[in-house]
Every structure is written in structure tokens, then in C-alpha cells.
Design a protein around this ligand. Structure first.
Ligand code: FES
Length: 110
């Protein structure tokens, strides 16, 4: 079984089992992590924003234009930001570090 290391909003590191074929959003939610995923993966929110460790970011498939458009709306955007609902876990991502941003755009206020 592969694993992912999530770095939580308070800086805590949490290693979780990550079954290939599931999205990072699904894996985070299954492990009770605080990721909203308001649109459930339909690319119409940015509440599944995650920040990938730079060494790992390079190994990910490129983001689609639609993902990049949504990422532009994410608060705390970084150069290694991705949307967790668009990343499908691969066996060779074992040990990848993924940080949860401390603030997400609040849909209710926008
Ligand atoms: Fe809405 Fe990922 S859950 S874009």
C-alpha cells in the first residue's frame, strides 16, 4: 500500500494510506482531514487546493487549462499548487508530501 504525507494547517505531519486510483481529495477526506471539496471534483470550486512538495510536483501530470483557471481563484496560491480532486494517486507517488493551505476561499463570501 502506498502512503501520502499530509502537512496539516497547524503544521502537523500525518501519514495516511493512499490507494492508487483514488484522488488526493478522496484520500484526504477518507482520513478525516479538513478539505472541503465543495464541488466534489467537478472543477467548479477551489476548495480542494493542495500544495505539493516541489520535488514531487515535477513528477505530476500537467494541470489542465480548466484546473489552472480554478487554481487562479485559490487563496494562498503557490507555484506548486494543485487541485486535489484532479490528482489520481499513482503507486509511485508513495511518500509524496502534500500540504493543506491554511486558508481556503470561502465560497459563501465570494
Ligand atoms: Fe471543487 Fe476540486 S473539489 S475543484
Amino acid at each position: 500500500m502506498s502512503s501520502l504525507v499530509f502537512i496539516l494547517k497547524d503544521g502537523t505531519r500525518k501519514s495516511v494510506e493512499a490507494e492508487p486510483g483514488h484522488t488526493l481529495l478522496e484520500i484526504a477526506q477518507k482520513n478525516g482531514l479538513d478539505v472541503e471539496g465543495a464541488c466534489e471534483g467537478s472543477l467548479s470550486c477551489s476548495t480542494c487546493h493542495m500544495i505539493i512538495a516541489p520535488d514531487w510536483y515535477k513528477r505530476l501530470p500537467e494541470a489542465s487549462d480548466e484546473e489552472n483557471d480554478m487554481l487562479d481563484l485559490a487563496s494562498g496560491l503557490t507555484r506548486t499548487s494543485r487541485l486535489g480532486c484532479q490528482l489520481v494517486m499513482q503507486a509511485d507517488w508513495d511518500g509524496m508530501e502534500v500540504r493543506l493551505p491554511s486558508a481556503v476561499r470561502n465560497m459563501a463570501l465570494s
